[in-house]
Design a protein around this ligand. Sequence first.
Ligand code: FES
Length: 206
Amino acid sequence: MAEPEKPADSPAKVVPVAAPVAVPAVTAAAVPAAPKPAAKAKKDSGKPVDIRRRLIWACIWGYLGVNFLMFLRFFFPRALFEPKTVFSIGFPSDFGLGVETKFQRDFRIWVVRNPERLFVIFARCTHLGCTPDWKQNDQKFKCPCHGSGYDSEGVNFEGPAPRPMDRAHLELDATGQIIVDTNRLFVRDLKVGRDEFNNDGSFLNA
Ligand code: FES
């Protein structure tokens, strides 16, 4: 069988090479800006979900704040500072005739001297316990609560007070100063036949 005729020698087939394609330079300007992340949502867009979130945070901060204040409160205990009940007020010669009110604020007493004796009135109304005021012009003690009036020796004469104001125990210490004890009070209540205003310790002789 005859072989198929070979084609005559022919030059090698040249495959054309494509010319390099010029790639246009990429510039930053040419790159389209990447989409930015969504701008941070406004703090309060007014949507119900935002309002609810703010309310929840307000409740949380309020709760924490109240607890913090309660924690601080532990460092300030409610202590009631009572005035001293036994104290010195000076020498008898320091007091002239009349009513001395300078101890009212610190010790709740008045010192009274009359021509016969010196004594100390405990400044507590015998009606319901308010502290009366000394009225120099009227020469009387007047209770601001319900109007009871007492004369310059603490004896009631008007208003609902049922009896004179009590008097505190007095004694002289080794130096001759007056020591007052408001824990030991002398009472005059003639309705029940009780009169301690002449007891030892209720006054000093002038
Ligand atoms: S407490 Fe003083 S008059 Fe009532």
